[in-house]
Design a protein. Structure first.
Length: 140
């Protein structure tokens, strides 16, 4: 799966989404007024000593990632409490989380990236499909 899915930061997970059409309507409305925003990469962290996954911390520099989550996942959605992150080793697709943590634990990637679009995607074991694109434009 790692060879199929590009690096990304998730705004809304499938298990949080009670109504896909409602989520898309909210995205269309909310993302129309959002300018590109920054995320800062940080330290490697893990769940259950790597067995639950190994991740790279993502700091929400402008607060827009969190703001989008709040707006998109209002009732009847059910947000989970997990920080913004990039996945390095996913527990469903790799049994090497502990090895990954041993190799990368304690490291930090000090970089900033700009989010210029939000994607609505579908992921299967062998395919990553972009279903909708929501470009973020500074001057709307």
């Amino acid at each position: 799966m790692a060879s199929v899915v590009p690096a990304h930061v998730t705004i809304a997970y499938p298990e949080e989404t009670a109504d896909e059409e409602l989520l898309l309507c909210r995205a269309q409305r909310q993302l129309a007024g959002v300018a590109p925003f920054r995320l800062r990469l940080g330290e490697v962290f893990a769940e259950d000593e790597g067995r639950g996954g190994v991740f790279l911390q993502v700091e929400d520099v402008d607060g827009r990632w969190a703001g989008l989550r709040r707006k998109l996942l209002e009732d009847p959605m059910a947000p989970i409490d997990f920080p913004a992150h990039l996945t390095l080793a996913h527990p469903r697709t790799s049994s090497r989380g502990a090895d990954c943590l041993a190799a990368l634990g304690g490291r930090r990637l000090a970089a900033e990236v700009w989010v210029r679009e939000v994607l609505f995607t579908e992921t299967t074991v062998d395919r990553f499909t972009v279903l909708r694109r929501f470009p973020l434009v500074a001057d709307r």
